[in-house]
Design a binder for this molecule. Sequence first.
Ligand SMILES: [Zn+2]
Length: 162
Amino acid sequence: MVIDLTQDEQKLVEHAKEEVILYNKIRHKKGGIDTLYSFLISDGGMIHDGACFEPNIAQATVCAERHAIQNMILKESYKAKIKSIVVADPVPSVQERGTPPCGTCRHLIWEFGTPETTVILMQYIQGKTGWTFPKIEKFSIQELYPHPYEPKEGLWDNFVPE
Ligand SMILES: [Zn+2]
């Protein structure tokens, strides 16, 4: 399948492929298994990585997308915007549709992006000799979240330093 990617998206997808392999190798060495990762490129051109965090209390779970967004905010402040975000999900075989972000993450991608922000669903498969990336799909966040919840203002908007 051929999909149109911008230069930034292409850079992000290449980064994602390399890091999925790197992080999975680290996990496997310690007896872990593949997980869902997320990678984003900001309007400042920086790339931020995230992985699903699954501790032993369910309510403390953090999605990979949120981890990547939090890294963007840590390194670039709340003023940074997501240009494009990859969701890289391990699958046993090629699926009709890649895993889209959950509802909360769709909202956060909307909040920290623009209507044109793209969401790239990347399926990856672990084989005997390594990992392959058989399918990617691209959506705009507007397509995935057409009727956003829009609270008046975030805390950050009201913040006035003393
Ligand atoms: Zn989520």
